[in-house]
Design a protein around this ligand. Structure first.
Ligand SMILES: NC(=O)c1ccc[n+]([C@@H]2O[C@H](COP(=O)([O-])OP(=O)(O)OC[C@H]3O[C@@H](n4cnc5c(N)ncnc54)[C@H](OP(=O)(O)O)[C@@H]3O)[C@@H](O)[C@H]2O)c1
Length: 251
């Protein structure tokens, strides 16, 4: 049985708490948060707002805002225990070296109250010591996730890639939604296209899957699209992405 203390009470803390408690091999023995309010979610486990009162555990998982990770790690009142964070962008060495350091980064988007199935989620693991990697991997295995050994630099590259595939593509949906609304057409007509675009990546590389006027070099169509767009920012995004696609395909 691996005893776990979770530090933080937000999105990630709540999701890992639920999935850890459901796993036979794992036991969340305590949840810490700086403020009391969010701790009410963790009703069947001891909680604390004081770092001085942290319980004994095999691993302390810091799941707080990126900018607060270092200061919490610095304030931990013990040494030589395994302390890991859950961030995609914070280097493992930003955790204080008085403890054994690790990373347990689930590469997925989490929202409070929206169920996520951990069995399909990749978890990026990193540790300073070999034995600690085993502990991190055992936790990932216990919740049925796929784990990957990923260094802090590789994780940074993955995180920026994730911004492109998730945050930026979602923002492009948002722009398309706005254009549809302005022109009085239902956005849902685009749903099968969105689905097919995502599905294609399972069988083709993004390079092979690309279609559209920028790849073909259809300048008349590109000009007509630019004319149709009302907002300057949308024209700029369209132009920049068109240039990037054209360059990729040697146009
Ligand atoms: N959400 C995702 O999709 C996702 C995915 C993968 C990894 N992560 C990583 O997981 C970590 C937590 O993200 P989250 O989405 O769970 O964040 P969140 O829902 O916004 O929760 C933030 C947590 O950090 C605490 N906190 C914020 N500022 C603090 C400070 N200055 N000092 C002490 N505690 C502070 C908050 O405490 P209060 O309740 O007192 O405000 C809360 O417990 C981050 O490192 C993030 O990069 C998130």
């Amino acid at each position: 049985m691996i005893k776990i203390v979770i530090l933080g009470a937000g999105n990630i803390a709540q999701h890992i708490y639920n999935v850890f408690q459901a796993a036979e091999m794992l036991n969340v023995v305590q949840v810490y948060n700086r403020s009391k309010k969010a701790l009410s979610y963790f009703s069947d486990v001891p909680t604390t707002t004081s770092l001085k009162n942290l319980a004994e555990a095999d691993i302390y998982i810091i799941a707080v805002a990126d900018d607060a990770i270092t200061s919490i790690a610095n304030k931990l009142p013990f040494t030589d225990r395994l302390v890991a964070h859950t961030s995609g962008s914070v280097h493992m060495h930003e955790l204080h070296k008085k403890n054994r350091r690790g990373v347990f980064y689930p590469l997925q988007t989490f929202t409070k109250g929206v169920h996520v199935d951990f069995s399909g989620i990749p978890i990026c693991l990193e540790s300073g010591e070999k034995a600690d990697f085993k502990t991190l991997k055992s936790i990932a295995d216990a919740i049925g996730s796929n784990s990957y050994k990923i260094s802090s630099e590789q994780r940074r590259a993955l995180h920026v890639s994730a911004v492109f595939v998730n945050n930026f593509s979602n923002h492009l949906y948002r722009i398309a939604h706005e254009i549809c609304e302005t022109n009085n057409v239902p956005f849902e007509i685009l749903s099968p296209l969105i689905q097919e675009t995502a599905d294609k990546i399972n069988t083709l590389t993004p390079y092979m899957a690309q279609t559209g006027p920028a790849k073909r070099g259809d300048q008349k169509t590109i000009d007509s699209h630019l004319e149709k767009l009302d907002k300057d920012i949308h024209k700029e995004i369209y132009t920049l992405l068109t240039q990037s696609i054209a360059k990729t395909y040697g146009r």
